[in-house]
Design a protein. Structure first.
Lengths: 288, 183
């Protein structure tokens, strides 16, 4: 099972878990409709479409409402720490969540205790922040940082991207150096996908692929495009693709979907999401 | 004997130097600091926004460094407006300061401003917020829902509806856009 875990910006939504459905209103989980906004819902929709495209079971979700007050995030951490071994999860993607060092450490401990049955762990957004700050990055399998976030991973002292020291943040024009520092500091899992005007796919500190075409400048302001990448990677890893190959296809397909949607800086991520199936089809066909 | 006396004096001086003169105000949510910072700066206090000490860290935190001598007056001001800290502690070391990184990108009719890891984009013609991206805390999509489609002057302040460091950075982006093109 592919399980997508995180918080959604719906106040008082209880902890819910179940198979994801996609309706006209958006993502539906256990009878609750969630808008296709940015964040978790965009990632979940992208993962759902990818699973459909590759003919594998659609993802399950574990979410709770949280507008930043920590209540929902705490429920997600607690549930995972207590129940993960019995949930039959093969791939776990953790996404938007309030960083909580102590609770996340309990989730990581549970994962470690699962031995061979440990799920493949993907983290983005708040889940990636808390993994790095807790010095637990090596227990994960894929991170999907953007440029600011890879600078955060490269700064061994920062607790959050907002605390990245200026001299490191200003290295953004030298992404390979940031990647080197992030791996050397032990703050990266085996595979990372660095999202930027050029995407970098890396494994064990080595840059395997750089993707910079087609260049769609107007995608940068659009909230949620990074979430689409994380969702596609999750779906393809669940479908059995090699993690690096899943990252490369996701990077190419994201740009292709952008090209097909012809966005302006005011375009919303839903417009790009519509083109994910077509983009995946084109990219996978081109790669044979 | 003289030598010993000299040493004692140095010790005294060193103790004096280490005596905390600054204090930290600790809050439940990082974004509360946006309002606190504004209020205390308006009152003329010399403050710094910094990371709290390890025992208060959850992974998304901010605190306010104040002159310890002003603690009771400052706490009184904050209490009156419902922004009382959850704790106050004396400090000797320096906390890390949040990144003050602002960069803008012009897309013709649209202006994108990035502050640390957060980006806000507005339509320059209407001053309407059209996109918010970046960040990783769940209040980011919540903030987007509250702010998108609204003119800068009508959109809520991220400090009023957000709770995280991402909200704190987003507020800097908003302030910079207003400084550049008005609201």
């Amino acid at each position: 099972m592919l399980l997508l875990a995180g918080a959604v910006p719906v106040e008082y939504l209880p902890l819910i878990t179940g198979k994801i459905e996609l309706t006209e209103k958006g993502v539906k989980i256990e009878g609750h409709d969630l808008d296709i906004n940015r964040g978790f819902e965009a990632m979940a929709t992208s993962a759902y479409l990818t699973c459909k495209q590759f003919g594998v079971e659609v993802p399950h979700a574990l979410v709770a409402g949280d507008i930043g007050k920590r209540d929902g995030s705490e429920k997600v951490y607690e549930h995972l720490a207590a129940n993960l071994p019995t949930m039959g999860v093969a791939v776990l993607t953790m996404h938007y969540i309030m960083p909580d060092l102590h609770r996340n450490k309990r989730v990581v401990k549970t994962v470690q205790e699962m031995g061979d049955k440990k799920p493949f762990l993907i983290a983005d957004a708040g889940s990636m922040y808390v993994a790095k700050t807790g010095k637990d990055s090596l227990h994960y399998d894929i991170f999907t940082p953007d440029l600011g976030e890879v600078a955060f991973l490269a700064d061994e002292q920062a607790d959050h991207p907002t605390y990245t020291r200026g001299f490191i943040f200003h290295m953004e024009d030298d992404v390979p150096e940031l990647i080197r520092r992030a791996y050397d500091a032990g703050n990266c899992p085996k595979t990372i996908f660095v999202k930027g005007s050029t995407d970098f796919i890396c494994q064990d500190g080595v840059i395997l692929e750089k993707i910079s075409e087609p260049k769609i400048e107007t995608m940068e302001p659009i909230g949620g495009t990074g979430d689409l990448i994380t969702g596609m990677i999750s779906g393809m890893v669940h479908a059995g693709l090699d993690p690096a190959e899943a990252c490369i296809i996701a990077g190419l397909a994201n740009r292709k979907a952008g090209e097909l949607s012809q966005p302006s800086p005011a375009t919303q991520v839903q417009e790009i999401l519509k083109y994910i199936p077509e983009a995946l089809q084109i990219v996978t066909a081109n790669r044979g | 004997m003289k030598w010993f006396k000299k040493k004692d004096k140095k010790k005294e001086e060193s103790k004096e130097e280490k005596k905390p003169t600054r204090g930290l105000l600790i809050f439940s949510h990082a974004a509360t600091v946006i309002s606190v910072e504004e209020v205390l700066k308006d009152e003329g206090y010399e403050i710094r926004v910094v990371s709290p000490p390890p025992k208060y860290r959850t992974g998304c935190d901010l605190s306010v460094e104040i002159p310890l001598s002003e603690e009771s007056v400052i706490c009184g001001i904050l209490e009156k407006i419902g922004l009382a800290p959850i704790d106050v502690m004396p400090i000797t070391g320096k906390g890390m300061e949040p990144l003050r990184f602002i960069r803008s990108k012009d897309f013709g009719d649209y202006l994108m401003v990035r502050a640390a890891n957060m980006k806000m984009t507005v339509d320059k013609r209407t001053k309407v917020i059209v996109n918010i991206s970046g960040g990783g805390c769940p209040d980011v999509p919540h903030l987007a829902t509250m702010m998108l489609g609204k003119r800068l002057r009508d959109a809520p302040n991220p400090g009023d509806v957000g709770f995280s460091l991402c909200a704190y950075s987003l507020n800097h982006a908003r302030e910079e856009i207003i400084r550049m093109i008005g609201d």
